[in-house]
Design a protein around this ligand. Structure first.
Ligand SMILES: *Cc1c(COP(=O)(O)O)cnc(C)c1O
Length: 466
């Protein structure tokens, strides 16, 4: 028998020591130091191109090498001082769970092959459904919010035509159309293209000057579309826009969907985390009316990417759209993930959230949310004192703002701050205005980090107006 190198197998506890050191070094770097990469993209590409795969190295060396590349070449989005977008620091219990999932590597697409892992995953999914008032619903993990939203779209298509499963979009006499706000996450465009509807099926309903869907406009557009030969199939309201954390009028959107008898989806990719905060459920009011809901565990629930969740009130649509029979799959329980979800081979993603709920629990998440809301309040106090004008009215910890004193270009401010590298914040367009964006969604961030951010904003202004 030819031999396999023994480095395939776990055999050396010293490697675990190196791994522990790398973990320690990564986590400790999240509290201070530069947020932006030390190397330029050119330098990073050159360094990576120079690595010689014909010369294998010991695992310790390869691990240190990979960690070093990431340390110097990536934006440190897990840092306490990174206030951009929703890639918060990954919480340790979730990371540990994910390592365990890698090592045991259960194939959870077939129930009979991973009865424990599948049942654990379903238990978490059932908790999510219960929180969303979907007692007979079903939920499953996805690669992220985009896959979750795509599953919602497929459910809407199946509901709109029983022929969709066999004939695809040709089943529709009139072109199907979907309704999202102009400030929604534009994964909808990709999804419309991928599902065969085409990008033109997506109606970007105007917002009311505050980043929230204009419901009167929504009603008008639907009426006009029906006259012009379209078939509305779904309203997808956003609960927590990516840019400015605004929540569409969920109840009003639901009422229109109910009147039209079409699918009502709520994209709560990041704000949906608040289903685990019993004191803040009011912020999500209306979500309990949804036919389907998207929540990304990898955003505000602080588990590693990519772990999204789709919850469906009526399990039958998705089950129909994904169902398939093969001879090479083992006998399952009829609810196997490979026939009820978009993925086939399937990672045990639910273990990340399972570990969080076992270790920090809902109470721990509530404390984290308390901290994030308090930090956002602190940001809202500090910015106006320093001459920055807040432009959104989000009830969530996202603040968009610009310079009120000198009318400085927001992109130039963001670029200056990035060049200095101590903190990082976003730049988005909100209601036609270029604004800076801060979200306080890392469990590591403190008032000191916000103070540093505000002082960096002052420095950037000072440099730009000179
Ligand atoms: C992030 C986000 C998405 C996309 O989710 P991914 O996990 O990046 O695929 C969709 N909708 C909203 C509101 C988001 O914030």
């Amino acid at each position: 028998m030819p031999e396999i190198p023994n480095s395939f197998a776990y055999h050396d506890a010293a490697n675990l020591q190196t791994l522990a050191e790398q973990v320690e070094s990564a986590y400790s770097s999240f509290n201070d130091g530069s947020v932006v990469p030390a190397w330029s993209f050119t330098e990073t590409k050159r360094t990576i191109a120079d690595i010689d795969f014909k010369k294998p190295v010991a695992l310790d060396a390869a691990l240190s090498e990979a960690a070093n590349l990431m340390e110097n070449g990536d934006l440190r989005s897990a840092s306490a001082r990174c206030f951009g977008y929703f890639n918060p620091t990954a919480a340790w219990p979730a990371v540990v769970g994910d390592v365990l999932a890698s090592v045991r590597n259960p194939q959870i697409c077939v129930t009979s092959h991973a009865a424990a892992s599948v049942t654990m995953e379903r238990r978490i999914a059932d908790m999510v459904c219960a929180k969303l008032s979907m007692p007979d619903g079903t939920a499953h993990f996805t690669s992220g919010g985009s896959e979750a939203n795509e599953t919602a779209m497929l459910a809407a298509l199946c509901r709109a035509s029983s022929e969709y499963i066999e004939h695809g979009v040709r089943a529709f006499e009139k072109a199907p159309s979907i309704y999202v706000s102009a400030d929604s996450h534009l994964a909808w465009i990709k999804i419309a293209k991928a599902t065969g509807l085409g990008a033109k099926a997506v109606r970007l309903v105007p917002t009311s000057g505050d980043g929230r869907m204009d419901v009167a406009a929504l009603g008008d557009i639907i009426t006009k579309d029906k006259k012009n030969g379209f078939q509305p199939i779904m309203i997808a309201a956003t609960c927590g826009t990516t840019g400015a954390g605004m929540i569409d009028p969920l109840v009003a959107c639901y009422k229109i969907a109910a009147r039209e008898d079409i699918h009502f989806h709520v994209d709560a990719a990041w704000a949906g985390a608040l289903i685990f905060d019993k004191n803040r459920l009011g912020l999500l009011a209306g979500i309990e009316q949804a036919d389907s809901v998207t929540i990304d565990a990898h955003k505000w629930l602080s588990v590693p990417m990519g772990a999204g969740i789709i919850a469906l009130r009526d399990p039958s649509y998705a089950a129909n759209v994904f169902s398939v029979k093969t001879s090479y799959m083992p006998e399952g329980d009829g609810q196997d993930f490979y026939i009820t979800t978009n993925q086939w081979s399937r990672r045990f993603l639910g273990l990340r959230l399972w570990m969080m709920l076992r270790v920090v629990g809902e109470a721990g998440y509530r404390q984290m949310f308390d901290q994030h809301f308090a930090l956002a309040d602190y940001v809202c106090q500090q910015l106006p004192k320093h001459g920055w004008q807040i432009r959104n009215t989000s009830t969530l910890p996202v603040i968009v703002f610009d310079d009120a004193q000198y009318g400085l270009d927001s992109q130039a401010v963001a670029d200056e701050i990035e060049k200095r590298g101590k903190v990082w914040l976003g730049r988005v367009t909100f209601e036609g205005r270029s604004v800076l964006r801060i979200c306080t969604t890392s469990f590591l961030s403190t008032e000191d980090d916000v103070d540093l951010l505000v002082s960096e904003l002052d420095v950037a202004r000072h440099i730009l107006k000179a």
